[in-house]
Design a protein around this ligand. Structure first.
Ligand code: FE2
Length: 347
C-alpha cells in the first residue's frame, strides 16, 4: 500500500509570552521568525508565530501560540520535546551556548548513537539539538550561531506515551511509518527513507500521568506530517476512515497549507498538511518574512480590533530583511542541475 505522508511538515506548541518566545527562538535556538499571524480558531486573539530555517522549508517549521492566558499541564499523550539536527561535533558548542544564556539543560546525552542535549524554553517547553552528519538543509545563522553549528531543520518530534501498542499500529498501518529501532524506552519510527525530518521518537512512559490536550502554555499541541496535495489529504482521510479512525477532521484552510487533524490513540493530535501554492511567500516576499503581522483575507477587515488584543512585540533586526541567494521555490523542486534550456541549439 502506498501512503501519502512524506515527512514532518511542522510542529506546533503553546508558549507563554510572545516577546519571550521570539527572543528565545531567534537568539538562543537561532531560528528565523518567518511569519507573524494569529490563531484562526476560537474567540480570543492569539499570535501564531512561525520559525524556520534559512529557506523556510517544511520540516523545519516550528509554530507557537503564545498562550500566557491558560497554563498547560505537561504529561504523557503529548509532544514531550522537539529535536533539531545540528552538525556532527557541535554539541559542545551548544552546551556552552546554553550555559552562556542561562538556559536549563540536561547535558550531553546519547540516543540511537546520536549525541544530543535537551534544553528548556522559558515557558517550560522542551527542545533538543541532535548531531546528524547527513542533514544538508540550510540553517539560519546569527552573530552567535554560525553555519558550522546551526540547526538544519527538524530531526523530529519526541513524544511521550503511556501505551505503545495502539500508537504503533496507528503509525504503521494508518500513516505508513516503519519501526526501525528501540533504545531503552525510546522507540523510533521513520517515514520513507527515514533520517532527519522523517523521524518520530516515541518515549514509552507508562507511569507518567496524562498531560493536557487543549491549548496551554508550556505544552506541545500537535505534530503535522507532510503530504503533497489536497487530493492526498482526501486519500489520507480515506485511509483513516477505512481503518476506523473516524474522528479525522474535514480539510481546513490554514492559508499557507491545508490540513486534516486526527487524534492518535496515545493522545497526540496528528495533522497532515499540504503546502498551499506560494507557501510562506504567498503574502510577503522571502526577504521580509516575519517582519509584519499578516492576517488571512477573512480577518483583514478586523485588523485594528485584533491588534488591540495582542501583546506588542518587537522583531530583532537580525531577523531580516536579508539578501538571499535563492528565492523560495513555489514548487516541490528545491534543487536542480541544468544541462540545457528550451531554446533550439544553433548549428
Ligand atoms: Fe498545524
Amino acid at each position: 500500500m502506498n501512503y501519502p505522508v512524506t515527512g514532518i511538515h511542522h510542529i506546533t506548541v503553546c508558549a507563554s509570552s510572545a516577546q519571550e518566545d521570539i527572543d528565545f527562538f531567534t537568539q538562543v535556538v537561532g531560528q528565523r521568525l518567518i511569519k507573524q499571524t494569529i490563531l484562526f480558531d476560537g474567540r480570543y486573539a492569539h499570535y501564531h508565530l512561525y520559525y524556520a530555517n534559512a529557506n523556510a522549508e517544511p520540516g523545519s517549521v516550528y509554530t507557537t501560540f503564545p498562550y500566557k492566558r491558560v497554563p498547560g499541564r505537561k504529561g504523557s499523550g503529548q509532544i514531550e520535546a522537539t529535536a533539531y539536527t545540528v552538525p556532527k561535533g557541535s554539541i559542545s558548542f551548544w552546551v556552552e551556548h546554553l550555559d552562556r544564556h542561562k538556559v536549563r539543560h540536561g547535558g550531553k546525552k546519547e540516543r540511537f548513537g546520536h549525541a544530543y542535549v535537551r534544553f528548556e524554553h522559558p515557558s517550560g517547553l522542551e527542545l533538543e539539538v541532535i548531531e546528524d552528519p547527513n542533514d544538508k538543509r540550510k540553517g539560519w545563522t546569527t552573530s552567535e550561531i554560525t553555519r558550522d553549528v546551526t540547526t538544519h531543520g527538524f530531526y523530529g518530534p519526541v513524544l511521550s506515551v503511556r501505551e505503545l501498542a495502539e500508537q504503533e499500529r496507528f503509525y504503521t498501518e494508518a500513516l505508513g511509518m516503519k519501526k526501525t529501532g528501540v533504545d531503552g524506552n525510546a522507540h523510533r519510527f521513520e517515514i520513507g527513507q527515514g533520517g532527519a525530518g522523517k523521524t518520530v521518537i516515541v518515549m514509552h512512559e507508562p507511569d507518567k500521568p496524562q498531560g493536557s490536550w487543549g491549548f496551554g502554555a508550556g505544552t506541545g499541541h500537535h505534530m503535522a506530517l507532510e503530504v503533497g496535495s489536497d487530493e492526498e489529504l482526501a486519500e489520507q482521510k480515506g485511509i483513516y476512515e477505512e481503518l476506523g479512525y473516524t474522528d479525522c477532521s474535514e480539510i481546513k484552510d490554514r492559508n499557507y497549507f491545508h490540513s486534516i487533524y486526527c487524534r492518535s490513540p496515545a493522545g497526540v493530535l496528528t495533522e497532515c498538511a499540504a503546502t498551499a501554492e506560494g507557501a510562506f511567500t504567498r503574502d510577503e516576499p522571502h526577504t521580509e518574512l516575519g517582519q509584519h503581522l499578516l492576517l488571512p483575507p477573512w480577518f483583514e477587515s478586523r485588523r485594528e480590533e485584533i491588534i488591540a488584543m495582542l501583546e506588542p512585540i518587537r522583531v530583532p533586526e537580525s531577523n531580516g530583511p536579508v539578501k538571499v541567494e535563492h528565492a523560495l521555490p513555489v514548487s516541490r523542486r528545491t534543487d536542480a542541475t541544468f544541462v540545457g534550456g528550451d531554446k533550439a541549439k544553433k548549428n
